[in-house]
Ligand binder design. Structure first.
Ligand code: FES
Length: 167
C-alpha cells in the first residue's frame, strides 16, 4: 500500500481550494478587465475630425475653423474644442495650428493692424508669416505646426498636427 494516500481532510482542502480559486477568478477577472481596459484601448491617433468648413468656400485668406472631438483620457471622456487657421494655396488646402510656439497662446490672422498679412500672437506680440514661419526678432522660436488635411464631399477633415512642411 502506498504512503501517498490522500486523507479525507486533505481531499476536502484541495477541493475547497480549487473551487474557491475558480470562484475568486470568476469575480476578479471582470474587475481587472474593467480597471485595465481603458488603458489598453486603442487611441484615436491618425483619425480625421470632420469640420463644417466647405472647402469650395475657402480662399487664399486664412479663416478660423473650429471643431470638436471626444477625448478619452484613461477613464475620463470629454468634448474638446480645437481651432485651425485654414486657407487655400492653389488647389492645396493648408491648415495651421493656432498654438504660438513661444508660450502657447492662440494666434490670430491679421490681429495686428501694422502687419495685416501675418498671424499675430497678442500675448507677447509674436508674429508669423502666412505659411506659419515665425518672424525673426519676435518671441516665437519656431513655425506654427500644420494639420494633416483630408477633403470628403467638399468638407474639410483635420488630422493630427505635424511640424510645418511649408517652409
Ligand atoms: S505666447 Fe505667443 S508671443 Fe508669447
Amino acid at each position: 500500500m502506498s504512503n501517498t494516500r490522500v486523507s479525507r481532510r486533505q481531499f476536502l482542502n484541495y477541493t475547497l481550494m480549487g473551487v474557491g480559486g475558480f470562484m475568486a477568478s470568476g469575480m476578479l477577472m471582470p474587475m481587472i478587465r474593467f480597471a485595465v481596459d481603458p488603458v489598453l484601448e486603442g487611441g484615436a491617433a491618425g483619425d480625421f475630425i470632420p469640420t463644417s468648413q466647405k472647402v469650395s468656400e475657402l480662399t487664399e485668406e486664412p479663416v478660423r475653423v473650429d471643431f470638436t472631438y471626444d477625448q478619452v483620457d484613461g477613464w475620463y471622456e470629454s468634448e474638446v474644442t480645437g481651432t485651425a487657421w485654414v486657407y487655400k494655396d492653389g488647389d492645396k488646402v493648408i491648415a495651421l495650428s493656432p498654438v504660438c510656439k513661444h508660450l502657447g497662446c492662440t494666434v490670430n490672422w491679421a490681429g495686428d493692424s501694422a502687419h495685416p498679412n501675418q498671424f499675430f500672437c497678442p500675448c507677447h506680440a509674436g508674429r508669423y508669416e502666412k505659411n506659419g514661419q515665425n518672424v525673426a526678432g519676435t518671441p516665437p522660436i519656431g513655425p506654427l505646426d500644420e494639420f494633416d488635411v483630408k477633403v470628403e464631399d467638399d468638407l474639410l477633415y483635420l488630422g493630427a498636427t505635424k511640424p510645418n512642411t511649408l517652409i
